[in-house]
Design a protein around this ligand. Structure first.
Ligand code: GLC
Ligand code: CA
Length: 584
């Protein structure tokens, strides 16, 4: 039997990510801000949120929406002030909630003082805080970067700096130079200036950006050519999960996090095998509390690099395999896992995993709620997920996409001799782009969804569907997506032994329409069966229900209809159900 007291608080907590530019604008400049967030904090409390994760609100030139920080101890003026963050901490704590910030320390902005010093001369004391390398020269004597690595946002990972005649490394945009974690004084500055500064102000922990990229291989050699059409090659084996990564994270934990009882959730990409992930999240290793593993959320992408936006249709069985792997890999270990299907780097779940057409939008958004809230691990919701916000309409052109990644991939495709490439990338962007989740939050049916004042120009266009999909219309409606999330979050807490901590088993795994699984409490006394119809047709309920009737005797709830009117044999399109039962 799990004793509640033996478990850290963050396992059963519900986290909710706020993307501050798009949540709520308090002063009519079209840009969300911290005062706006504070004014809506009770929406989160009512929903059942325990922890707010605030995406970067630090001083930044906004080359990558604040993931390019020029001063960790200042707030980007359009977001507010440090005092506003203090007030936000207080607003959360007063309601029994917590606040975590985004820790972006793989790289800084090129406008950060550290980088300005580092680039100023080869013998500046901070020269080694970034990764500088001399040029290579080809047979004709042309200057070439040190390696052929492709960066995340298209193009290579090196930028030439005229002043000192060397290249610096950047895994993302050239505005985001990578810090050199191999330098001890650089690490100490990170701990002191980016972490302790905010923890001392009462912040409760961090979502740790790009957590496995701090240690790079130090031989700086070319990656194998896997994309012969490009001069730049995917090279995660060169800069991800490098030789000192576990040493660095243990140090970060022992020197900083452990002194504050701060929670940490790392963004762990390019790590497909469970053993590799476990090394980061075993409690006994004292590194991170948990991580985001991306197999599931990357469904449909054509890989993380050049082909990312070549959309790949996927099958339900693939999704089941991923979910099963990342649900069960912690069994019998002291590790922990997370549950999420949206964030600021991906399209909306209802459009990708459900069906956002008028006939199916509501049912599929509720089914997704039922799915996510019955999975094991710490649950993370993304703003707007709770009202079923959708991807932007397919009729919107590339000019509505503001993200650096979307724009760079589109521009790269435009240059391609093959003209179909542009359409292919556009199609991928329509489903997968990071922009979809960054549209203004839909508070009500007024202009811009009530995100900003009616006469303001929001930084991204508000969705065409805002009149029908918004908090105000859903609040009073007991059948709404929002009401359903509230109900499911309560049930998740009530049955935390099953839904948060339980063991996950796939049922009927080859079924391409219905996703079914059981959850059982670790003490073996309780069991639940979850059935989710991921298709737009009526589907028979899997045999397991009839063959093990006694076990799953109670229909706890259906996402589509009242329990009294459910069919005994069939599931409605995009209907989800949970049955509870006692084991023999
Ligand atoms: C992470 C962030 C993403 C950002 C990148 C570079 O992946 O989630 O938004 O672009 O790091 O900091
Ligand atoms: Ca504002």
């Amino acid at each position: 039997m799990i004793s509640k007291f033996a478990q850290p608080w963050w396992k059963e907590a519900v986290f909710y990510q706020v993307y501050p530019a798009s949540f709520k604008d308090s002063n009519g400049d079209g840009w969300g801000d911290i005062r706006g967030l504070i004014s809506k904090i009770d929406h989160l409390k009512d929903l059942g949120v325990d922890v707010v994760w605030l995406s970067p609100m630090f001083e930044s030139p906004q080359a990558d929406m604040g993931y390019d920080i020029s001063d960790y101890q200042k707030v980007y003026a359009p977001y507010g002030t440090v005092q506003d963050v203090d007030d936000l901490v207080e607003a959360c704590h007063k309601r029994g909630m917590r606040l975590i910030l985004d820790l972006v320390v793989n790289h800084t902005s090129k406008e950060h003082q550290w980088f300005k010093e580092s680039r100023s001369s080869k013998d500046n004391p901070k020269r080694n805080w970034y990764i500088w390398k001399p040029a290579r020269y080809d047979e004709e004597g042309n200057r070439r970067p040190p390696t052929n690595w492709r960066s995340y946002f298209a193009g290579g990972t090196w930028t030439w700096d005229e002043l000192t005649q060397e290249y610096y490394l950047h895994l993302y945009a050239s505005d985001q130079p990578d810090l050199n974690w191999d330098d001890e004084s650089c690490r100490e500055a990170i701990y002191e200036e980016t972490m302790r500064f905010w923890l001392n102000r009462g912040v409760d922990g961090f979502r740790v950006d790009t957590v496995n990229k701090y240690s790079k291989r130090t031989d700086f050699v070319d990656a194998a050519i896997t994309d012969p059409t490009s001069e730049w090659q995917p090279a995660p084996e060169m800069w991800c999960n490098g030789p000192r990564i576990h040493e660095f994270l243990k140090e970060m934990n022992s020197k900083v996090l452990s002194h504050y009882d701060a929670v940490s959730v790392g963004e762990l990409s390019n790590t497909p095998d469970p053993e590799g992930v476990l090394e980061y999240v075993r409690a006994s290793e004292k590194e991170l509390d948990m991580v985001f593993q991306f197999d599931m959320i990357r469904l449909g992408t054509g890989g993380g690099f050049g082909g990312k936006y070549d959309y790949q249709p996927w099958k339900l069985t693939q999704m089941k395999t991923f979910v099963e792997r990342w649900q069960s890999f912690i069994e019998g270990t002291d590790g922990w896992t997370t549950v999420f299907c949206e964030n600021h780097d991906n399209g909306r779940a209802v459009s990708r995993f459900g069906n956002d057409s008028p006939d199916h939008w509501q049912n599929s958004a509720k089914m997704i709620a039922l799915w996510q809230t019955t999975l094991t691990g710490t649950l993370f919701l993304y703003q707007g997920q709770e009202i079923g916000m959708k991807n932007m309409p397919a009729s919107w052109g590339i000019e509505e996409y503001k993200d650096i990644e979307s724009n760079n991939f589109y521009r790269e495709a435009e240059k391609d001799k093959d003209v179909s490439k542009r359409e292919q990338v556009m199609k991928g962007l329509q489903i997968l782009a990071r922009d979809h989740s960054r549209l203004p939050f839909q508070w009500d049916g007024s202009a811009h969804g009530g995100f900003t004042s009616p006469d303001a120009v929001p930084w991204m266009r508000a969705h065409d569907d805002l009149e029908s999909i918004n908090v105000a219309v859903q609040q009073g409606d007991c059948d709404s997506v929002l009401s359903f999330y509230k109900r499911m979050l309560l049930l998740r807490k009530q049955h935390a032994d099953l839904f948060v901590h339980g063991n996950f088993r796939l049922v009927d795994e080859d079924n391409e329409q219905v996703f079914s699984y059981t959850k059982s409490s670790l003490d073996g006394t309780k069991e639940a069966l979850v059935v989710l119809n991921f298709s737009d047709n009526i589907q028979p309920i899997p045999d397991i229900l009839t063959s093990a009737k006694r076990k799953y005797s109670t229909l706890l709830l259906s996402s589509a209809c009242s329990t009294s009117s459910v069919s005994k044999t069939d599931l409605e399109p995009y209907e989800g159900r949970v049955y509870l039962g006692l084991t023999d």
